[in-house]
Design a protein around this ligand. Structure first.
Ligand code: PGA
Length: 256
């Protein structure tokens, strides 16, 4: 369960789904469903093509809007990329960095995650940095080592004073889109490892205040058992965030 200092955050990761019309229909249906759940912050991570529409549709609602990726530079000859300045100009407030699908299919590295994190913080975008082990790594007992490496490289050279908005998402790769959710014990252990690494890399105070979300096959039915744990401060939700009723039930059930 989140402490007072760490407000629960539930984020939808829409990945490469939805047209602008579908996104607007989602927001219209979703907002009345969460009207009374002020315990959690709600963020929608949408594709670049949807961002202006979703920012517009979410105006005067509790929903904040995130990009799913960005380049670390302000501008330049980087065909197909989106810069932090462009996101800020649209009214985007958050950005996902280092999602495992970016690492797996688009050559995202721990080093590029670090550059993107520094850039997001410098531009006042709230970063949600994703870390998580592969199934092979878990089976080879390398989970702690992988999480410590990903977290420490991501946080390298970052001033703790500048990292107050930092959010981390623990997403075991074997749990993403597989229907195989981490048990609350596995997730809680991993969150403790990540929190300890934040303490080492930044400061114990920052480790205590940084929100760590769990992601990987989160659904309405398993949210309460995950979100009631001390070190789990919310969820990053893929598949189950595409439908307004299903995502609203996750928000409701996160009020542990
Ligand atoms: P999932 O995806 O909820 O569909 O497992 C989570 C994510 O990739 O962020």
């Amino acid at each position: 369960m989140s402490t007072n200092e760490r407000k629960t955050l539930i984020a939808a990761n829409w990945k490469m789904y939805k047209t602008p019309d579908e996104a607007v229909a989602f927001i219209k249906a979703f907002v009345p469903l969460i009207g009374k759940h002020g315990h959690a912050e709600v963020v929608v991570c949408a594709s670049p093509t949807l961002l202006p529409t979703v920012v517009d549709a979410a105006r005067n609602t509790p929903i904040r809007v995130a990009a799913q990726n960005m380049h670390w530079l302000d501008q330049g000859a980087y065909t197909g990329e989106t810069s932090p300045l462009m996101l800020k100009a649209l009214g985007v407030t958050h950005v996902l960095i280092g999602h495992s699908e970016r690492r797996q299919y688009f050559n995202e590295t721990d080093e590029s995650v670090n550059l993107k994190l520094k850039s997001a913080l410098a531009h006042g975008l709230i970063p949600i940095v994703c870390v998580g082990e592969l199934l092979d790594e878990r089976e080879a007992n390398q989970t702690a080592e992988v999480l410590e490496r990903q977290t420490s490289i991501a946080l390298g050279g970052i001033d703790p004073e500048a990292a107050k908005s930092l959010i981390i998402a623990y997403e075991p790769v074997w749990a993403i889109g597989t229907g195989r959710t981490a048990t609350p014990e596995i997730a809680d252990d991993a969150h403790k490892i990540i929190r300890a690494q934040i303490a080492k890399s930044l400061s114990p105070a920052l480790a205590a205040s940084t929100r760590i979300l769990y992601g990987g096959s989160v659904k309405g039915e398993n949210t309460a058992s995950l979100c009631c744990l001390q070190d789990i401060d919310g969820a990053l939700v893929g598949g189950a965030s595409l439908d307004p009723a299903s995502f609203a039930s996750i928000v409701a059930n996160s009020a542990a």
